[in-house]
Design a protein around this ligand. Structure first.
Ligand code: UDP
Length: 336
């Protein structure tokens, strides 16, 4: 009898994890969300069962594997604030590396050999070439980036030693929201450009501050590669299927996840003005420490090897889905 594959989604109550759960479910998998709810939200767990648990507690992790016939793991549970990682490296290495090791150890114990890892463009550090290919040298410039770098090394070694098959997906700037408005971005504190611009549009903050206007870019503001979260989700399922097709053991793959297209902070703000029809107040501030002027992915590998084609590569679509979600989500707060 056919039984659908259960995929443990660590951090599945968060922004990217919840979109991936939706996509897994749509493609016939059974997501099982494991989340400590420090940054996750139960109302975003809409696809599959939920286990309240912490990766820091090996017993809680074991419980998930003993309760469900897990055949693969996707791991989104990490701290992501770069500045905080500089101020509190212990917290970051513990959560992002040690807790991941607990998860990997338990997978090994239960014979689960497929792992999809949320990595980051932060593993490259200051880019030397643009767009950035996967073979670009890796020298992160903050502890957050090093935690991602270290987990990539660990899963590579687990592959060689224990036969773990893995894909590390190096995200560029995840943005947008589920086009059906069933899930979306809700960070507290919010530090990302697009949600902050939209908060300014809604009057929830007085303006958006552009962090630096003297970069060596066409309009002087930083350029980033914004990739729609639904396209990210799609890539995760493609990566899982790719690992399934790989014969042999111990394959550690890495893929950039970006559209290969850069937009400046000013272009994002102009797009948001157009999408919302609101003249969003803009202030210009100092550069934010640690921001490279340009980060654009080479997306050749993910397109070629996984057959990934982004459906929402257009910046206007990305901002529009985010805008629809933020309006809906803020109304929910007022009515609940
Ligand atoms: N940014 C900005 N004002 C803000 C937040 C972000 O100008 O209030 C800029 C930031 O300097 C970067 C870009 O927007 O160049 C994207 O930043 P975000 O924090 O969204 O993502 P990151 O690139 O840091 O992962």
């Amino acid at each position: 009898m056919y039984s659908p594959q259960h995929v443990l989604v660590a951090g599945g109550a968060g922004y990217i994890g919840s979109h991936v759960c939706k996509e897994l479910s749509r493609r016939g998998y059974v997501p099982v969300v494991f989340d400590n709810l420090q940054y996750g939200h139960t109302d975003l767990v809409r696809w599959g069962d939920f286990i309240l648990g912490d990766l820091g507690d090996p017993e809680q992790v074991r419980l998930a594997f003993s309760r469900y016939p897990i055949s693969a793991v996707m791991h989104f549970a990490a701290y992501t604030f770069v500045g905080e990682s500089v101020a509190e490296p212990d917290k970051y290495y513990n959560n992002n590396v040690t807790c991941t090791l607990n998860l990997l150890r338990t997978m090994h114990e239960y014979g689960v050999d497929r792992f999809i890892f949320s990595s980051s463009a932060a593993v490259y550090g200051e880019p030397k070439v643009m767009p950035i290919p996967e073979e670009h040298p890796q020298w992160p410039i903050n502890p957050y980036g090093w935690t991602k770098f270290m987990v990539e090394r660990i899963i590579d070694d687990f592959g060689r030693a224990y036969g773990l098959k893995s894909a590390a997906l190096r995200y560029f700037n995840a943005a947008g929201a589920d086009p059906d408005e069933e899930t979306g971005e809700r960070h507290d504190p919010e530090t990302h450009l697009i949600p902050l611009v939209l908060q300014a549009a809604m009057g929830l903050r007085k303006n958006i501050t552009v962090f630096g206007s003297d970069y060596d870019t066409p309009d002087g503001t930083c350029v980033r590669d914004y990739v729609h979260v639904a396209d990210l989700a799609d890539a995760h399922v493609l990566a899982l299927e790719y690992l399934d097709d790989q014969s042999g053991k111990g394959n550690a793959h890495v893929f950039n996840l970006g559209n290969g297209q850069g937009f400046s902070v000013r272009e994002v703000i102009e797009t948001a003005k157009k999408v919302t029809g609101i003249d969003i107040p803009v202030a210009t501030g100092e550069r934010r420490a640690g921001d490279p002027s340009r980060l654009v992915a080479s997306s050749d590998k993910v397109r070629k090897v996984l057959g990934w084609t982004p459906r929402y590569a257009d910046l206007e679509q990305i901002v529009k889905t985010a805008w629809d979600w933020h309006r809906k989500d803020s109304n929910k707060d007022q009515t609940s």
